[in-house]
Each structure stands twice: as structure tokens, then as C-alpha cells.
Design a protein around this ligand. Structure first.
Ligand SMILES: Cc1cc2nc3c(=O)[nH]c(=O)nc-3n(C[C@H](O)[C@H](O)[C@H](O)COP(=O)(O)OP(=O)(O)OC[C@H]3O[C@@H](n4cnc5c(N)ncnc54)[C@H](O)[C@@H]3O)c2cc1C
Length: 169
């Protein structure tokens, strides 16, 4: 059995452990990550790859926006890309009740700094003619209002190299 000495020991090499190790190392801490299996092979390597701003519990927005600002600079942070693709999420309403909910949610989202695109039936048909004609309205795609970060969707594979003094055990 090998011995390791570090300022911080992290159990689990998923996204949470990997990013925690990364940012601690950037702050000058020595970090050791203990992963029982393969780095990034659990939830963090099998998820749907969405970086979703909208559709969240509104109290999460400040953290989500801060997180997006970091993803925005992923290449500069890590030194390689992570297969970002800016697409968007389309939320559809199929009746008046759903439409009212969507509008309400869009209002809340805008109050937290997201730029929401509201689409009526005609615009829906124009952009996505294959969409059910039962859809009466759609909100989004959403992106942060102009500022330091832009909206992004991401396909993420954690990159846990041994850069910056991190070690994976
Ligand atoms: C099917 C699916 C789809 C998802 N889609 C999305 C999405 O689109 N967008 C989104 O934001 N989130 C999504 N998620 C959620 C997201 O993937 C997780 O919130 C995130 O990956 C959790 O990261 P984590 O580091 O906490 O956990 P994990 O990635 O599970 O990492 C934990 C690590 O700890 C290791 N470990 C556990 N116990 C020990 C131990 N005793 N000793 C050493 N190592 C240990 C495990 O082997 C694992 O590698 C999805 C999740 C799933 C399952």
C-alpha cells in the first residue's frame, strides 16, 4: 500500500471531486483524490451532458450563473475543450394552463438575469415544423442576459489529470 501526504484528501473522482481538487490546487493546496474505480466513470461520465440554466428552482440561479461563467472559460482553465455545443432547451406548453406556468417561470428567470426567448405558435411552426401542432407556446432557449457569461450547453467528461499538483489514487 502506498502512502500519500497532502493538504486535502478527496474521496471520489467525479465532477465534484475533480473540480474541488482543481480549484484547491489552483489555490496552492496539495490535493490527493481517492477514486475506488475509474475517474469520471459514474454519474459524471454517464449523464446527459446538459448544462441547464432554465428549468431550475429559481434559488439555484445565482449558483448556476456562476457555474456557467466558469464553463465559459473551460478551455482557458483546463487547457483543452470539453465538447461544448450551444443549442438551447425548448420548453413547450400545450394548453393555456401550461402556457401561464411557462410565462410565470420565464418572468422569474428573467428577474434572475436570464434572457428568455418567448415563442408563439407561428414562430414555433416556422422553426420546428416537425413539432406537434398541439404546442401553443414555448419559452426559451435561454441564456444569461448580456454580461460576462453566455449561455451554454455542455457535454462534460471530467478531466482529472495530475496537473497542478493533483494526484489520483
Ligand atoms: C443518467 C443521468 C443523467 C444526468 N444528466 C445530467 C445532466 O444532463 N446535467 C447535469 O447537470 N447533471 C446530470 N446528472 C447529474 C450529474 O451527473 C451528477 O450530479 C454529478 O455527476 C455528480 O457528480 P459527483 O462527483 O457528485 O458524483 P459521481 O460522478 O458519481 O462521482 C463519485 C465518485 O466517487 C467514487 N466513490 C464513491 N465511493 C467511494 C469511496 N468510498 N472511495 C473512493 N471513491 C468512491 C465513485 O466511484 C465515483 O467515481 C445526471 C445523472 C445521471 C445518473
Amino acid at each position: 500500500m502506498s502512502r500519500a501526504t497532502a493538504d486535502v484528501a478527496i474521496i471520489g473522482g467525479g465532477l465534484i471531486g475533480a473540480w474541488t481538487a482543481f480549484f484547491l490546487a489552483r489555490r496552492g493546496q496539495s490535493v490527493v483524490v481517492f477514486e475506488k474505480g475509474t475517474i469520471g466513470a459514474q454519474s459524471s461520465g454517464t449523464n446527459f451532458g446538459n448544462l441547464r440554466l432554465q428549468g431550475r428552482f429559481p434559488a439555484q440561479y445565482p449558483l448556476s450563473l456562476r457555474s456557467h461563467a466558469l464553463w465559459e472559460h473551460f478551455d482557458a482553465l483546463i487547457g483543452e475543450g470539453c465538447e461544448f455545443a450551444q443549442t438551447g432547451h425548448l420548453y413547450c406548453a400545450f394548453d393555456g394552463e401550461e402556457r401561464a406556468k411557462l410565462e410565470g417561470y420565464a418572468d422569474v428567470s428573467e428577474s434572475h438575469g436570464l434572457a428568455i426567448e418567448r415563442l408563439g405558435p407561428a414562430e414555433l411552426r416556422r422553426r420546428w415544423p416537425w413539432l406537434s401542432h398541439a404546442a401553443v407556446a414555448a419559452a426559451l432557449p435561454a441564456r444569461p442576459a448580456p454580461g460576462p457569461s453566455r449561455w451554454r450547453r455542455v457535454s462534460v467528461k471530467p478531466r482529472l489529470s495530475s496537473r497542478r499538483g493533483r494526484r489520483n489514487s
